[in-house]
Design a protein around this ligand. Sequence first.
Ligand code: GKR
Ligand code: MG
Length: 459
Amino acid sequence: MPLARPSSSPTISAMRVIPVAGRDSMLLNLCGAHGPFFIRNLVLLEASDGSTGIGEVPGGAGILKALQKAVALVEGTEVARYQRTLNAIRASHGAHTGTMQHQVSSAAEAAVLRQPHEINLRLDNVITAVEAALLDLLGQHLGVPVCELLGSGQQRDRVPMLAYLFYIGDSRRTGLDYVAPRPGDDWYGMRLREALTPSAIADLADAAAARYGFQDFKLKGGVMSAQDELQAIAAIKRRRPAARCTVDPNGAWSLSEAVAVGKEYGHLLAYAEDPCGPEQGYSGREIMAEFKRATGVRTATNMVATDWRQMGHSHLLGAIDIPLADPHFWTMGGSVRLAQLCHDWGLTWGSHSNNHFDVSLAMFTHAAAAAPGAITAIDTHWIWQEGSERLTREPLQIVDGAVSVPDRPGLGIEPDMARIEAAHALYKQVATGARDDAMAMRCLVPGWTYDPKRPSFAR
Ligand code: GKR
Ligand code: MG
């Protein structure tokens, strides 16, 4: 559709898509263990007024290729008409304007889709990367923070975040290129060392709280037995009775096991995240609804209510109290729309995360800042990278368990091009394809294979 008048907001003069890599600890989950490196995709947009906008989304060749294909649809467009640009990208994938799409492009992708960390292979990741960069530019043009452009605008000055704790494998036994463990009982030392027991998890919680002031804690489960994982939560609660705790085994427990531990330990949990999933012909939403009815424990998910259609089914069943609407796969606008709906329907909005850099930290912060009502402390993996992996000049800080919303135009961050080029060089050196958590786990446990219904480590 031709423009009826000359543009009054800047136009996009160049779009760069930059895959980047960063270093990670040997974090255990149901799918195995994080390898020494994680990958992400960045979009950098240069505008005709000389400003730069940036967005960050999960890594992987599918998203990278789709973003590269979008370049021709983004360059030359007007910043203020960003919705039109996003719709053009959707249309180029055969998707309808404004809908959420799971786009599975191959049988191989369909296979990994069943693994919890890969559920977000979808067109919305591609849309979000461009959307975030365009909103960053629009905010700069108008002189307002991005959160003012989302939903009903800024709702809070500080966004509560949780300490995302993991069991940690002994990386020295793998022969892989992890950062070498170092002495010291502060967070930066502890995040590199083996942690496999309830007291080691409680120590990690203490170190994270000392560094970042957290009051909310989440343990990534699906690693040890359900009883052991709840013992780890109990260990945190003994030291910090007021802490809000949760555990997320990514649906690994059977309904009967989840109900048993829910009845025994539910009083320790602020909510249970994906304690169980599909089984015996029943959908994950049906099983989660049964869990909730049987235990009275509040439920959260990033697995069974991840788009509008699933949300509709979930709500009819009363399956989920806390949808974890990660803006990286709901889009920034979609995530805030869901937050508004949660507010009106008596649900609680939160966000899921994966390993990310500081650009995503800013994206999470602005989406959560625009979420109305009481939200739950949002997930972030940033504590595993903070202090060594920045891509912006002054990353937002987690202080007293929260990030202050920057009162600056756009996302309020400044890309550090030297750091971005270095992270791109690392990507070229280490990226081997899609994320593969089984590979690292096999270095600890030869012959290990993924089983969605068995803990990965205590077998
Ligand atoms: O980083 O290992 C991880 C998590 O398991 C992540 O991949 C999940 O997607 O954090 C996520 C979750 O809440 O399920
Ligand atoms: Mg989860």
